[in-house]
Design a binder for this molecule. Structure first.
Ligand SMILES: NC(=O)c1ccc[n+]([C@@H]2O[C@H](COP(=O)([O-])OP(=O)(O)OC[C@H]3O[C@@H](n4cnc5c(N)ncnc54)[C@H](OP(=O)(O)O)[C@@H]3O)[C@@H](O)[C@H]2O)c1
Length: 269
């Protein structure tokens, strides 16, 4: 893209976005301005060619697209700081959980396009699931955001009211599936594999299962049916997991996480 991108709050997700976009050749490192308060932590990024800037105001002044990636409790202060520097050349993209477009716009109090995006940390390897939402019917800016995030994974445009659900299922979901893979690898160790081998088998198997659904458009139960022979070992393992609450635990965890995401910003008030 022939634009300059500022990432305000280059922490876990901010940096993952920056690195993924460079990996995808969407931006060169020198087109991306990274800010955070602990500037020394950005030294390796500066050495890698990114522009690092202590002042969010200066970053905004130089940017066309501004990504907000601070914690919910930090956004009010940040918006106060950059408000006067925002103008109609900017597209604002917020990846912050639990803060609505309306709440952001109320504080900015200017007619600037604001898009919400919910990526996950797999964006660093261009495998993010990024949900996008806009409050406007004109899709010009939504399309820009979509083009950008499509270079680093899949995108899905959703209603803003389902953004907290997307936070849980997509963003927190990375941790849920990683924990599931870790649990599988621990089972693998108990039945005879060294830990590295157990993890490789579990992770590649999880990748294959996901690929069956994504590339072949299959339904999980159809694919499960192909593995579960009558009186076989798969169905007995699967049913044992369900007796232990496997599906129920995942569903309850996703609901709890979504409820927490919805209250994150209000809790800071
Ligand atoms: N992590 C994920 O997987 C993920 C996925 C999707 C969305 N999100 C959302 O993205 C946001 C950030 O999450 P995170 O996990 O990346 O948190 P994080 O690692 O704590 O990153 C937040 C960053 O913001 C910086 N920051 C805070 N106030 C600032 C200010 N006034 N000016 C400039 N930088 C400032 C912090 O750096 P200093 O302490 O050095 O200032 C920190 O590097 C959250 O709202 C989260 O809900 C996270």
């Amino acid at each position: 893209m022939k634009k300059t991108l500022a990432i305000l709050g280059a922490g876990n997700i901010g940096l993952a976005i920056a690195k993924g976009l460079v990996e995808a050749n969407t931006f060169r490192p020198e087109q991306i301005i990274l800010t955070r308060r602990k500037m020394h932590l950005l030294t390796p990024l500066r050495k890698a060619g990114f522009v690092t800037e202590k002042s969010c105001r200066k970053a905004v002044q130089q940017a066309d697209i501004v990504i907000l990636s601070v914690e919910p409790g930090q956004i009010d202060g940040l918006l106060q700081e950059i408000r006067t520097d925002l103008n109609n050349k900017h597209l604002l993209i917020s990846v912050i959980s639990g803060v609505s477009i309306g709440e952001l716009k109320n504080q900015i109090n200017k007619n600037i396009p604001v898009i919400r995006a919910m990526p996950n940390t797999a964006i660093v390897i261009r495998e993010s699931m990024t949900c996008l939402a806009s409050d406007r019917k004109d899709h010009v800016y939504l399309e820009t955001a979509r083009t950008l995030f499509n270079t680093v994974g899949q995108t899905l445009v959703i209603d803003e009211e389902t953004m907290t659900a997307a936070t849980s299922l997509g963003a927190c979901g990375i941790a849920f599936f990683l924990r599931a893979i870790r649990a599988a690898s621990q089972g693998g160790i108990e039945i005879g594999f060294h830990s590295e081998d157990a993890l490789t088998i579990a992770a590649q198997t999880a990748k294959g299962a996901a690929a069956l659904l994504l590339s072949e458009g299959k339904h999980p139960e159809r694919e499960i049916d192909k593995v579960t022979t009558p009186r076989g070992c798969t169905i007995s393992g699967l049913n044992q997991m369900e007796h232990g609450g496997f599906s129920s635990a995942m569903i309850k965890g996703i609901i709890t996480s979504a409820e927490k995401a919805a209250g994150l910003y209000k809790k800071c008030k």
